[in-house]
Design a protein around this ligand. Structure first.
Ligand SMILES: C[S@@+](CC[C@H](N)C(=O)[O-])C[C@H]1O[C@@H](n2cnc3c(N)ncnc32)[C@H](O)[C@@H]1O
Length: 245
């Protein structure tokens, strides 16, 4: 975990302001190459999050692994209060610069510095993808269930499906080809696998969730390579919805 934390701190330093921008966290090569996310793509992603979480105006939302806080900032108008947590001090620093008025904490998912039953909704987006072990996954899910109020709901987003990971590679290839059509080739495409990319076996996850008596659903996740004419969600990444009874 320390290694991933150091990487995010380093990236936070290198990218500076970019880390509070929407694109960097989700497809960093696009930002390095100055390729903007169109509003349509951002709206599409936010819609899948909003639907998955069933956000209500009275909700208190906790964003775990909030990075520079860009999703938090966009979702804030839809709920009554928001709290962001990230284990990277650099990320929290960027988030505080941009959103000084928000509650932003440095903390690890799995050992959250928060009381029990404090929020209605938890968003944990593009975070489990960087986990190294199943133990981290299980500790994080238990912690999420602890901080949720009874009746609360969590969306753990963008889990790469182990059985379908070849489709991710194909989609990435197609997306990069599209990128090259519209951008100068002299800029090289960056290596996007410098941090761990955990693949998830749905069956093992199900066994864990059932043992813990956690009510859950799997949903297809937002397509990070989305562009006009492409499917909005894809089966090779899935979102895990958790509900606290
Ligand atoms: C790929 S970024 C995603 C950021 C944001 N959720 C988004 O979707 O744009 C992953 C973020 O999670 C944070 N992170 C990873 N593991 C974490 C953990 N165990 N506890 C807290 N934060 C973590 C990283 O520091 C980083 O800011």
């Amino acid at each position: 975990m320390k290694k991933t934390q150091n990487l995010f701190n380093t990236w936070g330093k290198i990218t500076g302001k970019h880390y509070t921008d929407k694109q960097w966290l989700l497809s960093k090569w696009e930002v390095f190459e100055d390729m903007d996310w169109p509003d349509e793509k951002v709206d599409c992603m936010l819609q899948t999050i909003q639907d998955g979480l069933q956000l209500r105006p009275q909700d208190i939302l906790l964003d775990l692994g909030c990075g520079g806080g860009w999703i938090l900032d966009r979702i804030k108008p839809l709920v009554s209060d928001v709290i962001g947590v990230d284990f990277s001090f650099e990320m929290i620093h960027h988030a505080r610069d941009t959103f000084p008025q928000e509650k932003l904490l440095c903390g690890k998912i799995g050992q959250l510095p928060l009381g029990d039953n404090i929020c209605d909704k938890v968003l944990c987006y593009f975070v489990f993808i960087n986990y190294e072990t199943d133990e981290m996954v299980y500790a994080s899910i238990r912690d999420i269930m602890r901080v949720l109020k009874p009746g609360g709901r969590a969306l753990v987003g963008q889990l790469p499906d182990k059985d379908l990971s070849h489709l991710y590679d194909k989609a990435k290839e197609a997306y990069l080809a599209h990128y090259l059509e519209t951008h100068s080739e002299e800029k090289s495409l960056r290596d996007i696998h410098r941090i761990p990319q955990k693949l998830y076996d749905r069956k093992s996850l199900e066994i864990f969730l059932e043992q813990e008596n956690i009510f859950y659903q799997f949903r297809d996740s937002f397509n990070p390579f989305y562009r006009a004419g492409q499917p909005e969600t894809i089966p090779w990444r899935f979102d895990l919805i958790l509900e606290k009874q």
